[in-house]
Design a protein around this ligand. Sequence first.
Ligand SMILES: Cc1cc2nc3c(=O)[nH]c(=O)nc-3n(C[C@H](O)[C@H](O)[C@H](O)COP(=O)(O)O)c2cc1C
Length: 337
Amino acid sequence: MLRIGPYTLPNPFILAPMAGVSEQPFRVLAFELGAALCPTELVSSQGLMRINQRTLRYLRFDARVERPYSLQLYGGDPEAMVRAALIGQEHGAQIIDINMGCPVKKVTKNGAGSALLCDPPRAATLVREIRAATGLPVTAKIRSGWDEHSRNYLQVAELLQAAGCAALAVHPRTRAQGYSGQADWSVLADLKRHFPELPLIGNGDVKTPADARRMQETTGCDFVMIGRAALGNPWVFRELLGGPAPTPEERCVLVLRHFAAHLEFTGDALAAVRSFRKHLAWYAHGLRGAAAFRAEANQLDSPEAVRDALHRFFRAASADPHAPSEEQDVDYRAALG
Ligand SMILES: Cc1cc2nc3c(=O)[nH]c(=O)nc-3n(C[C@H](O)[C@H](O)[C@H](O)COP(=O)(O)O)c2cc1C
C-alpha cells in the first residue's frame, strides 16, 4: 500500500532530501517528471524559531505541484522542534520529516541528525510531540546506526513506530561510514520483517530503474528513495515509470527552466549563477564536451552567460547524442559541504 499517513502516493518513487539541491525549483521538476514525494532539504528548527529570513526561504513551495508537501526539519530539542513544526505547518507543510541521519558535525554536536540514533527515546519523543502538536503525519529518516558497534536500527524503528511514525526512510550506512562502501540493503529486509506495518522507504545506491526494482524485490520496502542518481537527472523518475530518457534538446529546455526558477528563488543574480554551477556540471554529465563545459561553467558570472553557454553546449551535444561518457560518476561532493 502506497500510503503515508492520510496520503496515498501515485507510485513508490521518492526524491531524497538533499541540501543545496532539493530546493523548490528542483523539487517541482522532479514532481512533474513523476516523483511521488519530494521532501525539502534539511531545515534548521533553531533558524525557523528565530524567524531567520534565510531559513524561511527554505519553506517556499509550489502548492499546485508539490502535494503532499513534506518538510524535513533537524534539531535535537523537542520544544524547538515542535515550535518549528508549527511554523512549518502555518506555511503549508503537510508532512513533517525528521532528519535522524545527517552525519555533519555542525548538526550532530547539538544532538540532532544522526546523533538522535544515540538516544532513541528522544528521537521517539520528537515524533510523538510533533504529531500531538500539529496533527500532521510525521516521518523520520535514519541511518543504520552511529557506527559498526551500534547498528541499532531495530530499536530505533520500534520506538519510532510506537510513537506513531507514519513512514521510516532508511539509508543503511552508519554515520561513521559517511558515503563510503555500499549501502547494506539487508538492513531494509530486516526492518520489513520485524515491522511489516511500518511503511518503509528504502534508500541508498539506487542508480537505475533495475536497481530500484531489485531493492523492492529483495527487501520488500514499500518506497524507493533516490538521491545522487537524480542529480542533473530528474528524468530518472520518468524512466522509473517506464518513460524515455531525455533527448539533448529536452535537457536544454529543462535546464533553462530550472535556471530561470533558480534565479527567481535565489533573488540575487550572481549568487544564483554561482549556486547553479554544480547543477550545470551534473546536467552535462555523460554528454560530449562535458569536461570543457564544466570548466567554462565555473567562470560564468551572469545569467546571460549561463544561458549562452547552455545553448552552445547542448547544440553541440545534440549533434552527437551517443558520444561516449567522459566520466564514470557524477561528482556530488561539492554539494555535501
Ligand atoms: C548533496 C547531498 C545532500 C544531502 N542532504 C541531505 C539532507 O538535507 N537531508 C537528508 O536526510 N539527507 C541528505 N542527504 C542524504 C540523501 O538523502 C541520501 O540518504 C543519500 O544520498 C543516499 O542515497 P543515494 O545513494 O540515492 O544518493 C544528502 C545527500 C547528498 C548527496
